[in-house]
Design a protein around this ligand. Structure first.
Ligand code: FEO
Length: 392
């Protein structure tokens, strides 16, 4: 593939990873991903903005075969999927400098063993002239790591935000063409990677309001030539209204919790609540994370295993706690045989969730009439709480 021009002397030189199915040995990538690197040729200097995952280094180097000089490698983010090819680029261009934040320098030196004399550190708002093009650096800690920055190409009004606004989507489309597909992929990406940092992102979104943006060129997924498509989506995901949704991750070993879940879901649906039910025997955790973006409530369904929750449920609770969704209400339903501390143990696993805990429904054995009544009551409580909260 050849370099693809975005604006005069600004090129996408990314790599598409069609086959990758897991990121960070954790996050499912059902649609693969891409690592987007960009080349900016100014009248006096040449800058490479971010590199690619080390598994794709040689693809990146092929794009650069005919470039005798790279003056600057802009490292917006030190994570290896963007920075991992920097050492190889520095090897080819011995005079090139890595431009990054002070924290970026520390991390890149630690992770990739880049010598100290190869760095130029930049402060928030600092600019770098390439001649007829000017790069402005916007410090943006915690989107995704503490060292992160965004780069703005002033003359062309292009924002290079690295991870922010990205999507894990392998596609040959340079720009967004299928908005539905990209919205889904970008929401999944937000849920899995950005949601824990939504307070920081809210501030960065405000800051970006002061920039004129013609193009947002992230380092994963297609480029946005209608930036409001993704900035509005982020506003909605970060601080838009929560919805009248119950997310229900569950496991059942012998059918008791399954029966409770079926009854409970029916009761909620009858009362007008949308339910997103996930059997964790076979759930793509990315879909669970997406459901948590704008749901008002999560109810966990678990049997008792060795006194505690089922290990798959513990995994989901740990994940939900780490992702810090905006949930307002949580509770647990489930069954045990001879004793259970599942509720207490689950409560201890979600200290980050600032949600009201509703009375759980934990029963012995298979559910009876009084247990179904308790589930109906929990459903009624949720409906009342959602109405009071104005969740539509
Ligand atoms: Fe795409 Fe935080 O790396």
């Amino acid at each position: 593939m050849k370099a693809r021009q975005i604006k005069p002397n600004v090129y996408w030189i990314g790599t598409i990873d069609w086959d990758r199915r897991l990121f960070d040995a954790l996050i499912p990538l059902p649609d693969g991903t891409s690592y987007n690197s960009y080349l900016v040729r100014g009248s006096q200097k040449v800058a490479l903005i971010d590199t690619v995952d080390p598994t794709k280094t040689e693809v990146l180097m092929t794009y650069l075969e005919d470039d005798p000089v790279i003056d600057y490698v802009i490292a917006n983010h030190a994570e290896q999927d963007h920075a991992g090819s920097i050492p190889r680029v520095l090897e080819k261009y011995p005079d090139a400098k890595v431009v990054t934040t002070p924290k970026g320098r520390d991390l890149l030196a630690a992770l990739l063993l880049i010598p100290e004399d190869r760095f130029i550190t930049v402060s928030d708002g600092e600019t770098l002239s390439l001649g007829d093009k000017t790069l402005e650096f916007i410090h943006a800690p915690w989107v995704h790591w503490p060292e992160t920055m965004l780069t703005y190409l002033r003359e062309d009004k292009i924002l290079f935000p690295c991870d922010l606004f990205g999507s894990h989507l392998a596609t040959t489309d340079l720009y967004v063409t299928d908005e539905g597909q990209v919205y889904e992929a970008a929401k999944r990406y937000f849920a899995e990677i950005m949601m824990p940092f939504r307070t920081s992102i809210e501030k960065h979104l405000e800051k970006l309001n002061t920039y004129k943006l013609d193009i947002i060129a992230p380092s994963h997924g297609p480029i946005y030539n209608k930036p409001s498509f993704i900035t509005e989506a982020y506003r909605n995901w970060v601080f838009g209204p929560l919805r009248n949704i119950v997310v229900l991750p569950y496991i059942s070993m012998h059918g008791s919790t399954q029966k409770m879940v079926e009854h409970f879901v029916g009761a909620l649906v009858d009362k007008g609540v949308t339910v997103k039910q996930f059997n964790l025997e076979a759930t793509d955790i990315g879909k669970l994370a997406m459901a948590l973006v704008d749901a008002a409530t999560m109810i966990i369904g678990t049997p008792t295993v060795l006194v505690g929750p089922h290990p798959n449920i513990a995994h989901a609770a740990f994940l939900a706690n780490a992702l810090r969704p905006r949930l307002q209400f949580i509770s647990v339903i489930g069954s045990y045989g001879w004793g259970s501390k599942a509720v207490e143990q689950l409560a201890g696993m979600v200290p980050n969730l600032e949600a009201e805990v509703l009375a759980p429904v934990i029963i012995k054995g298979f559910p009876r009439a009084e247990d179904f009544k308790a589930l109906d009551n929990l459903a009624s409580t949720i409906v009342k709480k959602h109405k009071e909260g104005g969740f539509a």
